[in-house]
Design a protein. Structure first.
Lengths: 328, 262
């Protein structure tokens, strides 16, 4: 069985939540494995991040290099090609960094690549059996991956539950000397922080969140009227921002805002995992979608199969009636 | 600038309920509405806008089957200068690496400064662009949501967490995977598509592209789909089956109970 490695993201000396999830995923490939963590970066923050993993990983490989101070995937890729032994299995979070890094890395390592893995079912001979999703999460699929020449496996954030680490007492091993000069034809310049926007959707107890099912910009009024009746704010999923119907500051998801409302009304939202990643704090989720197979119904508490363009006005009317009755 | 866009024809998930076929080895495809993959359409629009600013040509290519010519014609109607269909029985069953291998052969038959793909297709894999770049030894950036051409280089914005953006300088030639929302793709009507009905779209196979068929197709795939399935849910939503009015009342009761209504 090939040795299993995990690429650990970290910032400011703190490792990402995915560090523990990748350790859990490694156990699903080989229950006896004590995976090795690999961290790239520079300075004291890198050391702090490495030390924090001693209890959860068998070994921690530190790759310190000034060029890696910011995780430019092109440079990280070169560093990993230098330090990884042949035929390794490398686990990477399937996020904006892992999507940047892993496809090209698998080519340079001449190994297989499986993106966005939700579950791992085990190994038979040279084949690792995994679960993915297709068609926006509407169906799942078993895939098998030939790991005889190693593999890069991107793990969906949140798909594997971190387990309390057993007895690992990992040593930090400095692999920096194995990495030569790092040069890329892509250079990181700066990070532009998201604008605040007119409404702070992270501060509301109730969100009326609209997705592709709202169909036209003109229909947003249906959600705004309901939100007004409920004392809620209107948020949205990615397609609504892509279509320029709402500001980016209203978007819930991994590339938008992380919200923690008490109640989340998902109106015409299919429920892509990137969207669900932005909903924290276990709110009560009410989903309205005309597609009974929409993945949102897998995570919602209450589901209604209906057209939001018809259902939202009804909901607004009823909310007004209730308010009117309460006022009397 | 010579720009190549790699596009795919996929079932439109916003228009379809995806169901499994009886055998469980594929989805039920008979009634599906197909269209150009959403992110790929943004990539084509971005290519057209760059060409219109700095000059050059836009070529759109797809690896697929005869029916996929439909989306190439659509992209020609949008304004692409030329299109090519890459199709060969030997290519069927290719994994991501196989598709990237085929596209690499196509790229090497021409001269492209910039190669764009959509960030991901219907399989959510987001892999071919990064693989193609690594095979060509071109620099790569994913999740691109802005492109500005400057002094023979590009300044590209990448979408990262929390709505933040990461700005990179990248040298040409390069490969970029385009995120949805980067622009507003122009509308294409039936009239526009009719106007390009007679534009020839060449079909290229393994021999035209000098692709080693042992490196592509199902036999070479290190990653293979075994089946499709609908997962057994431990806990799904409690579905409301009342009338619209009843459902609305129930929702409001629940919102109030959960601490919502003021």
């Amino acid at each position: 069985m090939a040795r299993i490695y995990a690429y650990i993201e970290h910032r400011g000396g703190v490792v990402d939540d995915s560090a523990a999830e990748l350790a859990a995923a490694a156990k699903k490939i080989d229950v006896t494995s004590v995976p090795t963590a690999i961290l790239t970066g520079s300075g004291a923050n890198l050391d702090t991040a490495c030390d924090s993993l001693r209890s959860s990983y068998g070994e921690i490989w530190k790759v310190a290099n000034e060029a890696l101070a910011y995780p430019n995937a092109e440079l990280v890729r070169q560093a990993l090609v230098s330090v990884l032994p042949a035929n390794s299995i490398l686990l990477v979070p399937h996020d904006h960094f892992g999507i940047d890094l892993s496809p090209g890395l698998s080519i340079k390592l001449n190994s297989a690549y499986v993106p966005d893995v939700l579950a791992i079912e085990g190994v038979e001979g040279d084949w690792l059996k995994l679960v993915r999703q297709e068609f926006g999460g509407q169906v799942s699929t078993h895939v098998r991956c030939d790991i005889s020449c190693g593999a890069v496996i991107n793990i969906r954030p949140g798909a594997f539950k971190a387990e309390p680490s057993a007895s690992a007492s990992g040593a930090v091993i400095d692999k920096s000397p194995a990495v030569g000069a790092l040069v890329a034809r892509r250079r990181y310049l700066e990070t532009i922080v998201a604008e605040a926007g007119d409404v702070d959707i992270t501060k509301h107890n109730v969100l009326v969140s609209v997705g592709r099912g709202i169909q036209e910009k003109e229909n947003l009024g249906l959600a705004e009227e309901l939100a007004e009746g409920l004392g809620a704010a209107v948020s949205c999923s990615r397609p609504v921002v892509d279509a320029k119907w709402m500001e980016k500051s209203r978007q819930v998801g991994s590339s938008g805002k992380t919200v923690k409302p008490k109640v989340y009304l998902a109106c015409g939202i299919s429920g892509a995992f990137q969207h669900l990643a932005g909903i924290k704090g276990s709110p009560f989720i009410i989903a309205i979608n005309k597609n009974p197979k929409a993945p949102i119904f897998q995570v919602a508490d209450i589901g209604i199969v209906d057209d939001v363009l018809e259902f939202l006005p009804e909901l607004t009317n009823k909310a007004r009636e209730m308010r009117g009755a309460a006022a009397k | 600038m010579e720009i190549l866009v790699c596009a795919r024809r996929v079932p439109d998930t916003s228009e379809n309920e995806i169901a499994l076929n009886a055998a469980g080895n594929d989805i039920e495809r008979d009634e599906l509405v197909y269209s150009v993959n959403e992110a790929d359409n943004y990539a084509v629009e971005e290519a057209l806008q760059i060409r219109d600013r700095v000059g050059g040509n836009v070529t759109v290519v797809t690896v697929g089957v005869d029916e996929d010519e439909e989306i190439l014609r659509r992209e020609l109607a949008m304004g692409a200068n030329q299109a090519a269909l890459i199709s060969d029985d030997a290519f069927s069953g290719s994994d991501g690496k196989g598709v990237a291998t085929i596209l690499k052969a196509f790229v090497q038959k021409g001269h492209y400064d910039l190669i764009l793909t959509g960030v991901q297709g219907d399989d959510g894999a987001a892999q071919v662009g990064g693989m193609l770049a690594a095979m060509l030894d071109y620099p790569f950036a994913s999740l691109v949501n802005s492109i500005a051409a400057e002094d023979g280089k590009l300044k590209v914005g990448r979408e990262i967490e929390g709505g933040n953006r990461e700005i990179n300088e990248i040298e040409l030639p390069c490969v970029l995977s385009i995120q949805t929302g980067i622009n507003e793709p122009r509308y294409v009507g039936m009239r526009g598509i009719r106007q390009v009905a007679s534009v020839p779209i060449p079909t290229l196979g393994a021999s035209e592209l000098s692709v080693d068929t042992s490196a592509v197709g199902e036999a070479a795939a290190k990653v293979q789909r075994i089946d499709y399935f609908v997962p057994e849910l431990s806990k799904g939503a409690e579905m409301l089956h009342g009338s619209r009015e009843e459902n609305a009342v129930r929702v409001l009761e629940l919102v109030a109970a959960k601490g919502g209504l003021k």
